[in-house]
Design a protein around this ligand. Structure first.
Ligand code: 5AD
Ligand code: SF4
Length: 471
């Protein structure tokens, strides 16, 4: 499939002439994953290029975009209810342009539903054609035209879209798009299309520029990030980025176990300090029979061998995972298999979901006889067990000094902040100074299953750090 890059902009200047001097505003609402957050930064970038400025509330905006998720039924219902609320805005101000982007906008039945029942929605735009946004806004403003962009994906990547980033110190960098795996439960390959990777030179240059502008943490993004393959492998790409000058951390999301190469594990060991000691490695299920029906292409034994290698290379690695509970045909024995692996691996955090049938996927057609009671019972058991493990994993941090990137002020008010350790653990701490976007040292004083608490070290504490830190 051709992956030549392009960005045919057919509308920005036209819209800009119409918005000039009018103080028009945009509002973007983002649901779903980091990929959508990264896409929303591009939507905002395009909106600003068209002459709109950011609105605080949707009521002030004349361009409203909802960036939707389709991963589970719940995500779709939430998106539809949010979009529904914007009807009143359109009634009050009919010239408002309301658009739906993201994964729901790539589902034919959903687009049909919106077209027929949501007349106040001006356009839907599938994620791989995001660059057409200005053109759709222009069509709406000039011709009052509704547009539904679907099924146009030709496998190419639009490079060079304007980006309006939400943080000065953390940045997402998309390195690949789409998915070829067709896990039987998953909608992503249908809504995000086949895998395509950006040229390494473009990725490395984007990272270099971000670091030069003061960004301290870069998250490389892709639905299947470690199956990145352009003119080099993912392991080579991440190593090249790690070799850039500067004090920064690299993270990546989301990996598939089948693509965890020995080279990647080696790179994590070699560039420790630059590549974050954390790995999100979705297990999905701890039964080989269920994994086969999920089309995950690995066994539990292979998965555990990766965990072993990761721990040998990076002993303090923070491991997180995704689990699907009550996949069609999951027996109590299968579920106990999942519990067994969770006990064995001792994840720092688990994201668990009850199976949700997605129209068009293989698993949606599989017979599912698990009762709602059984589903919630399994989920409750999993959560209770994980809570214990998470506390066990967090307690050893107490009394340690951790290097933390300060993210924001905390809700508690003055002197309270939140940040993350290199491994990605959330820390709530107090500090005499406001040092957002800086790496600082925090003495951990308390741990709960989900958070660490602490006090920032101030002044010239290099000696203390040398004595106490385990970095
Ligand atoms: N039902 C429930 N969970 C799902 N996920 C993906 N598809 C489904 C589905 N149909 C979960 C997987 C994936 C995470 C992002 O969402 O665990 O890793
Ligand atoms: Fe949701 Fe998946 Fe789309 Fe992300 S890629 S927004 S998780 S459906």
């Amino acid at each position: 499939m051709e992956t030549r890059t392009f960005y045919p902009d057919l509308g920005t200047d036209l819209v800009r002439r119409m918005t000039e001097g009018k103080g028009e505003k945009y509002f973007v609402l983002t649901l779903g994953c980091q990929q959508n957050e990264a896409d929303s930064e591009r939507i905002r970038g395009m909106a600003e290029a068209m002459g709109y400025s950011a609105a605080k509330e949707p009521e002030e905006a004349s361009l409203i975009v909802v960036n939707t998720c389709a991963i589970r039924r719940h995500a779709e219902l939430k998106a539809l209810s949010i979009v529904g609320r914007f009807k009143a805005i359109k009634t009050a101000r009919p010239e408002t342009v309301i658009g739906i982007c993201g994964c729901m906008a790539a589902e034919p039945h959903m687009v049909e539903h919106i077209k027929k029942n949501f007349h106040f929605v001006t356009f839907t735009l599938e994620p791989n054609r995001l660059f057409r946004l200005p053109e759709l806004v222009a069509a709406a403003l000039l011709e009052s035209r509704r547009s539904f962009v679907l099924g146009e994906d030709d496998g190419r990547i639009a490079e060079g879209l304007p980006i309006c980033r939400t943080s000065d110190h953390r940045a997402y960098v998309s390195i690949m798009y789409g998915c070829n795996n067709f896990c039987s439960y998953c909608i992503v390959p249908y809504v995000r299309g086949r895998e395509r990777s950006r040229e390494s030179a473009a990725v490395i240059e984007e990272c270099r520029a971000l670091i030069a502008s003061g960004v301290k943490e870069i998250t490389l993004l892709g639905q299947n990030v470690n199956s990145y393959r352009a003119d080099m492998s993912f392991a080579s790409l991440i190593s090249r980025i790690a070799e850039l000058e500067g004090d920064f951390l690299i993270r990546f999301m989301t990996s598939h176990p089948k693509d965890v190469s020995d080279e990647l594990i080696e790179a994590m060991k070699k560039y420790k300090g630059k590549i974050a000691p954390s790995f999100h490695l979705p297990l999905q299920a701890g039964s080989d029979r269920i994994l086969k029906n999920m089309n995950r292409t690995y066994t539990t034994a292979h998965y555990l061998s990766i965990v072993e290698k990761l721990r040998a290379a990076v002993p303090d690695i923070v491991l997180t995972t995704d689990i699907i509970v009550a996949f069609p045909g999951e027996t109590e024995e299968d579920f106990l298999g999942t519990i067994k692996i969770i006990e064995k691996v001792e994840y720092d955090m688990i994201f668990s979901f009850i199976f949700s049938p997605r129209e068009g996927t293989k698993a949606a057609k599989m017979e599912n006889t698990i009762t709602d009671e059984e589903k919630s019972d399994r989920m409750a058991r999993l959560l209770a067990m994980q809570k214990e493990i998470a506390l066990k994993k967090n307690l050893p941090y107490v009394d340690r000094v951790e290097r933390v990137l300060v993210d924001d002020e905390a809700r508690e008010g003055a002197g309270n902040f939140i940040g993350r350790t290199a491994g990605g653990k959330l820390v709530r701490f107090t500090d005499k100074k406001r040092r957002i976007g800086e790496f600082i040292y925090v003495k951990i004083t308390k741990a709960t299953p989900f958070d660490l608490f602490g006090e920032a070290l101030n002044g010239n504490s290099n000696e203390t750090i040398k004595n106490e830190t385990r970095i």
